[in-house]
Write a protein that binds this ligand. Structure first.
Ligand code: ATP
Ligand code: MN
Length: 458
């Protein structure tokens, strides 16, 4: 008999039909003459209640020994449930034990566990309601990303994971060398395989610009690596970044796309993952649904970096870090502006050139660049982007000033020599978005296998 997902059964409620489900036991409770088993299969927050009568052949030997975590296949008749809080239940004809989970050792109990504890059992945490919901939201959001861009006729491109251009500057790169060279050659000679130093990508942007310069509007969405030795709740060493890049597009056009994208993703998640979001609203961040609803219809406030500095100055507030023109906005500044001054998502543009990478387009004032950061409450920066410098001479000068290796980026300069166009793009940190949508305080909860300093369990 064909198996059916619990989610679909609960939606369809085919009372009187014979159905089969397969999953893991959440709880077992014995009554006289029968037992209740709650089965979950990961398709839904809710499990299915199964009634196992003592007349079943394996009742004494197996069913009465089943405990949280063991896997089963159940066949039976779906019927209306007399119990409160559920509409249907499954009266079992047959319960096949697939795999035991020794209760003396199985680390998940019926009670709620802390997220810190669950991180120590990365391989089992998706069995919990919260982490399973995270996985489902992640899947839906990923597909929503593709829907958004495909509807707008962007081309999905795959940028390389191993790169030979470090576009964000030194320090955050993981070098890639062969095992053999690691054992024999000093690290600085590790040009063994590619003939030049190579590393894991910190951004697919430069390569996305190559494709934008040929196909117009493109996006890349994949893993990104940063050796950030900061143990924060917002940084991972491996995270997913979504990077659209558009030819014939300026900063304003990138700002507009960023806003549309965020609204689309939040709305489509509210539509498809309501049950999961309700769980987060109850147990992770109170008021999450209201917050997301507000975010989806919010007016994004747009200010320049210079205006942001003025706001901070006139606030009279004392901050840990200074906030003078020319200094980077710290997250305390960003959060103050978003959460207290404007109380809305904030797009800060036109930062001092000295704070931003060489590829951002120099404004006419000669001191600021056409950069944008999108800041949201609780998270801070979720998107960073810019219009790119499309003028060969200006770009060359910026690279020279910044001490960038011109030779290894001649291909990048060439894009400005042959049919250059104004273009712009941005990077959205997918896990930061996941934090916003799920309310998870720590970024390690929104990715299946988090990597951070000293942490990469499986
Ligand atoms: P931050 O200042 O928060 O470290 P950044 O300025 O280094 O961010 P960008 O280089 O602009 O970030 O990257 C684009 C986006 O990628 C950021 O807006 C953020 O959402 C995300 N991001 C950057 N670094 C990380 C990281 N280590 N872990 C998770 N997401 C990240
Ligand atoms: Mn960073």
């Amino acid at each position: 008999m064909e198996r059916e997902l619990i989610k679909n059964l609960l939606a369809r409620q085919p009372v009187g039909e014979q159905v089969t489900v397969a999953g893991w036991v959440k709880t077992r409770r014995d009554a006289s003459g029968f037992s209740f088993l709650e089965i979950g299969d990961g398709s839904s927050v809710r499990g299915l209640q199964v009634i196992a009568e003592s007349t079943l052949a394996n009742y004494q030997d197996e069913i009465k020994k089943m405990s949280t975590g063991c896997s089963v296949i159940v066949n039976g008749e779906l019927r209306e449930s007399p119990a409160k809080g559920q509409s249907v239940e499954l009266l079992a004809n047959r319960i096949e034990l697939v795999g035991w989970a020794d209760p003396a050792h199985y680390p998940l109990q019926k009670k709620r566990h802390s997220f810190e504890f669950l991180r120590e059992i990365t391989h089992l945490r998706p069995r919990t309601n919260a982490l399973a919901a995270v996985a489902r939201v992640r899947s839906h959001l990923s597909m929503a990303v593709h829907r958004f861009f495909q509807e707008r006729q962007f081309t999905f491109i795959h940028t390389p994971i191993i790169t030979t251009s470090d576009c964000e500057g030194a320090g955050e790169l993981f070098q890639v060398i062969t095992e053999q060279s690691a054992q024999t050659a000093p690290r600085e000679q590790a040009r063994d395989f590619f003939g030049r130093p190579a590393g894991l990508t910190v951004s697919g942007q430069l390569q996305a610009e190559v494709y934008a310069s040929a196909l117009g509007s493109v996006y890349t969405f994949g893993p990104t690596f940063r050796a950030e030795n900061s143990n924060t709740s917002r940084h991972l060493a491996e995270f997913w970044m979504l990077e659209p890049e558009m030819a014939f597009c300026d900063l304003a056009c990138a700002v507009e796309l960023a806003r549309e994208l965020l609204v689309f993703l939040i709305e489509s998640n509210l539509e498809t993952c309501g049950e999961d979001l309700e769980l987060f609203d109850r147990f992770v961040e109170k008021g999450l649904l209201a917050k997301l609803g507000k975010l989806a219809s919010a007016d994004f406030v747009r200010i320049t970096y210079t205006e942001a500095i003025e706001e901070l100055a006139k606030s009279g507030r004392s901050f840990e870090f200074p906030h003078e023109w020319g200094m980077d906005l710290q997250s305390e500044h960003e959060r103050f502006l978003v959460e207290e001054v404007f109380q809305a998502p904030l797009i800060v543009t036109d930062y001092p050139a000295t704070l931003k990478p060489f590829y951002m387009r120099l404004n006419d004032d000669g001191v600021t660049v056409a950069a944008m950061d999108v800041l949201i409450g609780g998270i801070g920066e979720i998107i960073g982007g810019s219009q790119r410098e499309e003028r060969y001479e200006v770009l060359l000068q910026r690279m020279e000033q910044g001490g960038i290796d011109i030779e290894s980026l001649q291909w990048y300069l060439d894009l400005r020599r042959y049919g250059t166009v104004p273009h712009a793009g941005f990077g959205l940190g997918f896990e930061r978005l996941m934090q916003c949508v799920t309310g998870m305080a720590n970024i390690r909860e929104v990715i299946g296998f988090p990597r951070a300093p000293g942490f990469a369990p499986c």
